[in-house]
Design a protein. Structure first.
Length: 94
């Protein structure tokens, strides 16, 4: 199985530089004129699969916050328990 060159390149920069890149993205979104412009920006920036991936993770977080069980989330979004667990761990760290 071939490793993604994107991940390899991103892992070669420092944590500080990664954070700067992430904050640049957040800053660009926040500075959109309105929610419609932000949506268009994100749709132009991300591939369909990237947008689906991020959206699904955010929906999992929302459902966990709302008290839904792993089974309910799994059946509703067709995701694995490990995906739900990754989001749950992220939420518990916040």
């Amino acid at each position: 199985m071939r490793k993604s060159t994107k991940n390899i390149a991103f892992n070669k920069i420092s944590k500080r530089e990664r954070n700067e890149i992430i904050y640049d993205l957040i800053y660009a979104i926040v500075n959109c004129k309105n929610i419609e412009d932000a949506a268009l920006f994100i749709e132009d920036l991300l591939t369909e699969s990237e947008l689906e991936f991020i959206s699904r993770r955010l929906r999992i977080a929302k459902l966990l916050i709302d008290g839904k069980s792993y089974k309910e989330i799994r059946n509703h979004l067709h995701v694995s328990d490990s995906t739900i667990a990754k989001v749950a761990i992220w939420l518990s760290d916040k």
